[in-house]
Design a protein around this ligand. Structure first.
Ligand code: NAP
Ligand code: HSE
Length: 432
């Protein structure tokens, strides 16, 4: 048996402790399958005194991540600290020192992937990041390797376990937003700062990684449309259901015209009969359509200690192979078939528009007129019976229209005297 491969673990929270626990539990199995042994040499944390549910030898803990870089016996570092600035400095130092890097940090990669993969290529050091997207689902390997012979026509994903959990609880039990979020935090699904889960940016970071990998250029986060679930109300969930739809925080990535792609992450109505509509709780799912393979679907737990650790263990196995024989894949390869995002305002979609209007004659004509003036057609209208003070809800399903034109029409409608409150405007995806 060869010498164990030394590991430096930066972070011993939900995921880091899970990696240590599962590596300890299944280390022998990994050794038999890979012919390699692993030994965690150092663990970096913020607070040495914190009580931990998973125990590891006290002498290997440190608060200085540089101790992992300077240890010559550490060949692989695993970054599971969260945040951006500290992990960025750590990953850059690790690459410069020739250490193989594994990270689950989607925010880091979405913001700095271009720089990190350039350094990795220059230093010929692989960077693995399976845990960064969709928890336990091995979607990075699938997009990067299994479907390498495909042009990607579309990728649709439910990519945030926390928001899917919250929407599911609100839908199934009528629970309010705040207690559903508290449950997701308790279960270890949410980020240290749950704002990223709620405002759509955690899913957007994952969408940026997937889209960059699939379309061969690193996306600029400023170029995609992102909205979170905080504005989705119990009424929207109910009206959507009456119309035959579920509301999901959906990442939509599509090859568009020219060399542009369309990327948006937002609460979206999807037909109840579509398979993604039955993805509930912490589960994630990604539907990938390739020109060779056709339609495919990947499903699993998108967050939590064990599913995420499973992806890190998969990366460790690949890293062990890279230790044995250096490989040409550094984690991301660019190509020039695509190269830009379609401007958000030009992207065409169907929409759901919920208004609160005065209960008086002529209202519908005014709204239809405002839409018609912008060249936007109505697919259907429902006026559910629920009078609150002197206003009633009015729900319109809108024909395909550019998002910019739809937003302007919605603002115009908001200014009509018969319309109360801010309109709720959501995308509708029909997967055609
Ligand atoms: P977490 O529970 O908050 O754990 C973070 C760990 O990093 C803690 O052990 C903390 O130390 C340590 N740490 C933070 N800053 C540090 C610093 N400056 N120096 C040394 N150690 C530091 O976070 P998590 O949920 O495990 O997530 C870790 C990463 O995995 C994040 O990038 C997250 O986005 C990603 N991820 C999480 C999940 C999930 O389900 N939770 C799934 C996929 C990916 P202390 O313990 O002393 O505070
Ligand atoms: N906070 C993330 C989620 C963790 O809820 O999906 C997994 O990336």
């Amino acid at each position: 048996m060869t010498q164990p491969i030394g590991i430096g673990l930066a972070g011993f929270g939900t995921v880091g402790a899970g990696v240590y626990k599962n590596l300890t539990a299944n280390g022998d199995l990994l050794t038999q399958r890979l012919g390699a042994r692993f030994a965690v040499r150092r663990i970096a944390v913020r607070d040495l005194k914190k009580r931990r549910e998973v125990s590891a030898p006290a002498e290997i803990f440190t608060t200085n991540t540089d101790d992992l870089i300077s240890d010559p016996d550490i060949r692989i570092v695993i970054e599971l600290m969260g945040g951006i600035e500290t992990p960025l400095a750590f990953v850059k130092k690790a690459i410069a020192a020739g250490k193989i890097v594994i990270t689950g940090n989607k925010a880091l990669l979405a913001e700095h992937g271009q720089e990190i993969f350039r350094l990795a290529r220059e230093k010929r050091v692989p960077v693995f990041y399976e845990a960064a997207v969709a928890g336990g689902i091995p979607i990075i390997k699938i997009v990067r390797e299994s479907f390498v012979g495909n042009r990607f026509e579309s990728i649709h994903g439910i990519l945030n376990g926390t928001s899917n959990y919250i929407l599911s609880r609100m839908t199934d039990t009528g629970m309010d937003f705040a207690p559903a979020l508290a449950e997701a935090q308790q279960l270890g699904y949410a980020e240290a700062d749950p704002a990223l889960d709620i405002n759509g940016w955690d899913a957007a970071h994952k969408a940026i990684i997937l889209a960059s990998l699939a379309y061969g250029f690193w996306l600029d986060p400023a170029e995609i449309f992102v909205a979170g679930i905080e504005s989705v109300t119990a009424a929207d969930i109910r009206f959507a259901s009456e119309l035959g739809y579920s509301i999901k925080l959906l990442a939509t990535i599509k090859a568009g015209g020219g060399n542009a792609i369309e990327v948006r992450v937002c609460p979206t109505l999807i037909p109840k009969q579509h398979v993604l509509a039955s993805v509930h709780g912490v589960f994630n799912a990604i539907a990938v359509r390739g020109d060779v393979v056709g339609e495919t679907l990947f499903y699993g737990r998108g967050a939590g200690q064990d599913p995420t650790s499973s992806s890190v263990l998969g990366d460790l196995a690949e890293a062990a192979c890279a230790v044995e024989s250096p490989r040409f894949c550094y984690g991301f390869t660019s190509h020039d078939l695509y190269g830009k995002c379609q401007p958000t305002a030009e992207a065409v979609s169907k929409y759901y528009l919920r208004l609160s209007v005065k209960d008086q004659p002529g209202v519908l004509a005014q709204i239809a007129g405002a839409l018609g003036d912008s060249g936007i057609g109505i697919l259907s209208v429902i006026q559910p019976e629920s009078l609150v003070e002197d206003s009633v809800p009015l729900v319109l399903m809108i024909h395909d229209a550019p998002f910019g034109a739809m937003q302007k029409a919605s603002e115009k409608i908001a200014g009509l005297g018969c319309v109360k409150d801010t309109p709720a405007l959501l995308h509708v995806e029909t997967f055609s």
